[in-house]
Design a protein around this ligand. Structure first.
Ligand code: VG1
Ligand code: CO
Length: 558
């Protein structure tokens, strides 16, 4: 087979955001659009690409399979020696990360727009993960972007025929060099990895009821995303849960019309079912399987910030950490600081990084970090370099088994020791971009002016005094790279915080995220919405959000 060089023209706006390039399917399917971006990813690897191994797979959304086949043809032409491709193009994001590490690959191309809706009218996305298994860092994605702004041609083996619906190895002669495509079972490697981390025998006795006399009542909702196949293999086949414990386990190109984002708004069906029924634990994942939501009996909601802190507290219940030890913890800046308190008590380092999993990688690689999370329903450990939804559920079931307690009791016990971080996030989706940028600029001016620190704000009888305020910037402790303008934050004397930033994962318009975090040492059993109301009002006043966006209410509250 021969390599063809195809002339192309530049597309503007191929700049990866928080987690890869995300656009409407219609944008990706324009002539040469996907080809340009993939060529840029490949070229950004420089000389290392020649003779390398790459992993390719995605969440099964519309256009995944076509994109995977295209990547095979482009990779063959650009000197890649071997591709590991998920069967039918399917691999969860955590599975890709695991495969890159296990196969010592140069990297992986992940085809997903994560929690964004799928289907011909909705979103697609492409992300590159590096050899540590984690999302490419800023310097790398900036390099990809730069190439897309200069690209004149891409390379393709047009006639390479590949059937990715069957597991097996195919080899091709590309201009005298051997190119191998191995289509792999999408779940096998990942399941093996989970078996190394957790005590499956013990969990099976617990889940099936052999140990306790009654089976664990679970409702695991894969939301028609990629986790369906993983959920069936792990929870049904390995842990002996009943068929009724799992729902929406067939990955569908449009997620069956569901919005595969595991939160109280989009996983409403799960929340309502668990609230009405008799369940010990409910869980849901996003489209690509890296996010998770955990709820307990009667739909008791565990905030992701609390989930992280609880898992940190009980890490010793998980064999992987018994074996490898417990290093530091980390969270993204907008995430409530519950885990910091656990770290402090256990004498561990705690890091605060910008939003996005790519910022955790370096600290894990040098052995300073073993557990991290984000308020956006992301939890994970150094077993891979992505957040991992199924891992989080297995961690929670391990904690339940270890403590013999229900989820609500585990949380209440936790708060009685550490106090509670009340937390909420308001999302204002698909706003006009210009006024949002103006809002952020205006607010940045306000909060960084010298007289802002020390100012007091009151609402409903509560007063908050500003301790510090800035636009968050972060210097990576390992490679000293600097990320600036990562979100406006106001920290008050009592530790409460207001954070405002614009989303970097949307595919059209602007999404404003407003995060409210308030700590209480004693008053831990209040209702989050009530406890946070005064601070929310203050945030709306300082940001002038209603004026700039024209919105009186958020699209989503988490
Ligand atoms: C959002 C979340 C962030 C998460 C990112 C990717 O980014 O806030 O915490 O890392 O999505 O998650 P943003 O820029 O829209 O706030 V996923 O599940 O899309 O890989
Ligand atoms: Co995701």
């Amino acid at each position: 087979l021969s390599v063809e060089t195809v002339p192309t023209t530049i597309y503007e706006g191929q700049k990866p955001g928080t987690s890869g390039l995300r656009k409407k399917v219609k944008v990706f399917t324009q002539p040469h659009y996907t080809e340009n971006f993939v060529q840029a990813i490949l070229e950004a690897n420089g000389a290392a690409l020649d003779g390398s191994t790459l992993v390719v797979g995605g969440d099964g959304r519309f256009y995944c399979k076509e994109a995977a086949e295209l990547i095979v043809r482009l990779s063959a032409a650009n000197g890649v020696a071997k591709l590991l491709v998920g069967q039918n193009g399917i691999l969860s994001t955590p599975a890709v990360s695991s495969l890159i590490r296990h196969n010592k690959a140069l990297g992986g191309i992940v085809l997903t727009a994560s929690h964004n809706p799928g289907g011909p009218e909705n979103d697609f996305g492409i992300k590159f993960n590096c050899e540590n298994g984690g999302p490419a860092p800023d310097a790398f994605t900036n390099h990809i972007y730069k190439i897309t702004t200069e690209i004149k041609q891409y390379k393709l083996v047009r006639n390479l025929q590949i059937d990715i619906s069957k597991v097996g190895v195919s080899t091709y002669d590309i201009a005298g060099k051997t190119f191998t495509v191995e289509v792999i079972d999408s779940v096998a490697n990942y399941v093996r990895h989970m078996e190394e981390i957790f005590d499956f025998a013990k969990l099976k006795d617990f889940v099936s009821g052999k140990a306790t006399g009654k089976p664990l009542k679970m409702r695991i909702d894969a939301m028609n995303g990629v986790t369906g196949s993983y959920v069936r293999e792990i929870f049904l086949n390995r842990l002996g849960a009943s068929e009724a414990s799992v729902v929406h386990t067939t990955p569908l190109p449009d997620f069956g019309g569901l919005h595969p984002d595991p939160n109280l708004t989009y996983a409403k069906n799960l929340v309502e079912t668990v609230a009405k029924g008799d369940y010990d634990i409910g869980a849901a994942f996003d489209g690509d399987g890296d996010r998770n939501m955990i709820i307990g009996y009667n739909a008791f909601f565990v905030t992701p910030s609390d989930s992280l802190a609880v898992i940190a507290h009980y890490l010793e219940a998980i064999p992987y950490f018994q074996k490898n030890g417990v290093q530091g913890f980390a969270r993204s800046m907008p995430t409530a600081s519950a885990v910091d308190l656990v770290g402090k008590k256990l004498g561990k380092e705690v890091f605060e990084v910008p939003t996005g999993w790519k910022y955790f990688g370096n600290l894990m690689d040098v052995g300073r970090l073993c557990l991290c999370g984000e308020e956006s329903f992301g939890t994970g450990s150094n077993h891979i370099r992505e957040k991992d939804g199924i891992w989080a559920v297995l961690a929670w079931i391990s904690v339940m088994q270890h403590t013999g307690k229900g989820i609500e009791d585990i949380l209440k016990q936790h708060w009685s020791v550490y106090g509670r971080n009340y937390f909420t996030r308001y999302d204002y989706e698909e706003c006009a971009s210009d006024p949002c940028n103006e809002m952020v600029a205006t607010m940045e001016k306000t909060i960084t002016s010298p007289e802002f620190v020390g100012k007091s704000f009151s609402s409903e009888g509560k007063t908050y005094k500003v301790k510090e305020a800035d636009n968050f910037s972060y210097t990576d402790p390992v490679d000293k790279s600097v990320a600036t303008k990562q979100g406006l934050r106001i920290v008050f004397e009592d530790g409460s915080r207001i954070v405002v930033r614009l989303s970097g994962t949307g595919s059209s318009g602007a999404t404003v995220r407003l995060y409210i975090d308030s700590y209480e040492k004693e008053n831990v059993l209040g209702q989050a919405a009530v406890m946070l109301k005064p601070l929310i009002d203050i945030a709306l006043e300082i940001s002038q959000l209603p004026k700039f966006t024209g919105r009186t209410a958020p699209t989503v509250i988490t």
